[in-house]
Design a binder for this molecule. Structure first.
Ligand code: DX5
Ligand code: ZN
Length: 219
């Protein structure tokens, strides 16, 4: 069964609370929180995402799926941990050494939060194989991180396929999430490739009927 994590990156401030409520009644499985620091990626969304995540926490029980596109990962973990997210995902490209990757995994787990590792389109999937037994999810970026509303890069789905084959062969139970450019058309090929959690932002937020859009993406 595929799950949908709705990215709230493109939600307008004036309509935010109503939009979150509507997404909840439309049965989004997660709220995807895109945290950008202005360094790992040019945009800075930290303040607005913290505000949105706090609002969601006050009105909803839908789990938060926090995607850190930042350096200084530990500082951001500290800030988002109070919101009791379901999962925190960080980028392998933001970390200097293997030791540090293990430290961060431990630091997230100590707070009873699930751990995800994300890779950018040009990072080889093999780079994260050794961490797979210790984490809960791999987030394969299907666009360059930093902006909503981009087109999915088809080659990134080759990595999803490779990862799916690898985890099956090695009996590793792990979620595969894809993020960027997911619409009705691309959702099909992402699922075929092996993704079981789809992040979708602008396609859902721009649609007239969230419930219909989310259920179509799931099928
Ligand atoms: C990109 C973000 C994504 C993205 C999703 O840096 O991580 O979550 O905003 O938005 P859409 O679905 O519009 O590509
Ligand atoms: Zn994201």
């Amino acid at each position: 069964m595929v799950e949908i994590s709705t990215s709230i990156l493109s939600v307008e401030k004036e309509k935010a609370t109503r939009t979150f409520y509507n997404l909840e009644t439309a049965h989004t499985d997660y709220f995807h929180i895109d945290v950008m620091d202005g360094k790992f990626v040019p945009n800075n969304t930290h303040e607005i995402m913290e505000e949105y995540a706090t609002t969601i926490k006050q009105i909803s029980n839908i789990p938060l799926d926090v995607h850190l596109m930042t350096y200084n990962v530990k500082d951001y973990i500290e800030q988002y941990i109070d919101l009791e997210p379901n999962i925190i995902t960080f980028h392998i490209e933001a970390i200097k050494s293997k030791e540090e990757v293990y430290e961060i995994i431990k630091c997230i787990k100590e707070n009873n939060v699930k751990v995800g590792i994300s890779i950018k389109p040009n990072t080889r999937i093999e780079e994260i194989y050794e961490f797979l037994p210790y984490i809960h999810m791999v987030l394969v970026m299907t666009v360059e991180p930093g902006l909503g509303g981009q087109k999915l890069i088809p080659e990134t789905l080759e990595k999803v396929k490779k990862l799916k084959e690898y985890i099956e062969k090695n009996n590793i139970e792990i979620d595969i999430e894809v993020d960027g450019g997911i619409n009705l058309e691309t959702s099909k090929i992402a699922k075929e490739a092996g993704a079981n959690i789809l992040v979708s932002g602008s396609y859902i937020i721009k649609s007239e009927d969230y419930k219909k859009t989310i259920s179509e993406l799931k099928q």
